[in-house]
Design a protein around this ligand. Structure first.
Ligand SMILES: *Cc1c(COP(=O)(O)O)cnc(C)c1O
Length: 364
């Protein structure tokens, strides 16, 4: 029996050639391919600057550092996300506040953000869940009334290729920085990898420095270390793969949207709703079922290796030490109780989709 995972990368001959060529080139790391990938991401998203890094987690970390987030500050994010969206605040010693979701999209609710804003709020990390953009204009309006600068850092790990009100996610039209992930389960991959886009030259220079030890080259062999930076550099081998993958993004997006339409039409199960402002490059297709654990086990037996996105972050033992408990974010917790993500990736054929739907209907 053919088995299906919830996600899978698509690597073609051009990807393989790009990697091999770079492997034989003089630069293996952080050379011309990284610069070319960054330029391609700028062209694609419309952002002025881009810094490629070795993961989205690293990207979120240096975004926090560049924004000057630190001890005593508060960062607001959603409970329905991968750990990094919250952990990045903890890396720099800031406190994490969560804001509940909108059930129809599972994205952070701007009205809930408002409830958690305080004099200590320094940054917001909206996450474009499943590839659908958050309502960025509403989020920006929410923080505009605040007296001090609140940085908006988009976690777009799911959302390369997506659009909000006609602008590409990553254009930073409504934010200070946007962070992408190129992990193999995401829409395009560099094996491990990520990138941060911004329109601010000042943030760009800080991101560059934090990516590489806080070093600023002056002349000849001389450099000055101004910040305590890290080594979060992407390799040229990875960037070569990224450049090649990015060329396929529109094709990936088209197929992913077709698959989502197909499931919406033929499954008849509860799913997320795309809002009029969104033109998503879908990363996940979660459905909501009544007996989720039983469904998950039966699906596994039927050759469907599904996944749950996500266990609400505030319920993790690490976050409970800060006083969070079950019941704090009822909409996120209710979503988690029912959600499970179906296979969604470029290689799925129409015959695969019919087979997946047949298996799902047989276990309901
Ligand atoms: C995958 C993911 C990350 C982390 O990405 P890495 O590149 O693996 O560090 C962060 N946030 C979200 C929402 C993700 O899905």
């Amino acid at each position: 029996m053919k088995t299906y995972n919830y996600g899978k990368q698509h690597i073609d001959a051009a990807d393989c050639r790009a990697v091999l060529e770079t492997l034989k080139s003089p630069y293996l790391t952080c050379g011309p391919k990284v610069a070319e990938f960054e330029k391609a991401l700028c062209r694609y998203t419309g952002a002025k600057y881009c810094v490629a890094v070795n993961s989205a987690t690293s990207g979120l970390h240096i975004a926090m550092l560049a924004a000057g987030v630190g001890p005593g500050d508060e960062v607001i994010t959603t409970p329905i996300t991968f750990l990094s969206s919250a952990n990045c605040a903890r890396f720099v010693g800031a406190d994490v506040k969560f804001a509940d979701i909108i059930p129809q999209t599972a994205n952070i609710d701007p009205a809930e953000i408002k409830k958690h804003l305080s004099a200590k709020t320094k940054a917001l990390v909206p996450v474009h869940f499943a590839g659908q953009s958050c309502d960025m204009q509403a989020i920006k309006e929410t923080v505009k009334k605040s007296k001090k600068k609140i940085y908006i850092i988009e976690d777009a790990a799911h959302a390369i290729g997506s659009e909000y009100k006609g602008s590409k996610v990553g254009s930073c039209k409504y934010s200070d920085m946007t962070v992408f992930s190129f992990h193999p389960v995401k829409t395009i991959t560099t094996a491990e990898g990520g990138a941060v886009t911004t329109n601010s030259e000042q943030l760009y220079k800080k991101l560059l420095a934090y990516r590489s030890h806080g070093m600023h080259h002056t002349q000849d062999w001389e450099y000055k270390m101004l910040e305590l930076g890290l080594n979060y550099r992407m390799t040229d081998i990875q960037a070569a793969l990224g450049i090649s993958q990015l060329k396929k993004l529109e094709k990936f997006k088209k197929r992913r949207r077709q698959i989502v339409d197909f499931y919406n039409k033929h499954l008849g199960l509860k799913h997320l709703q795309e809002q009029p402002f969104s033109n998503a490059c879908f990363h996940l297709y979660p459905i909501l079922v009544d007996n989720r654990r039983e469904f998950f086990h039966k699906a596994k037996k039927a050759g469907l290796n599904l996944q749950v996105h996500y266990i609400p972050v505030h319920t993790q033992p690490y976050y409970r030490q800060f006083g969070y408990k079950k019941g704090d974010y009822p909409k996120a917790e209710n979503y988690y109780a029912h959600c499970v993500s179906l296979p969604l990736y470029y290689d799925l054929t129409n015959a695969d989709l019919k087979e997946i739907i047949r298996r799902i209907k047989s276990i309901l």
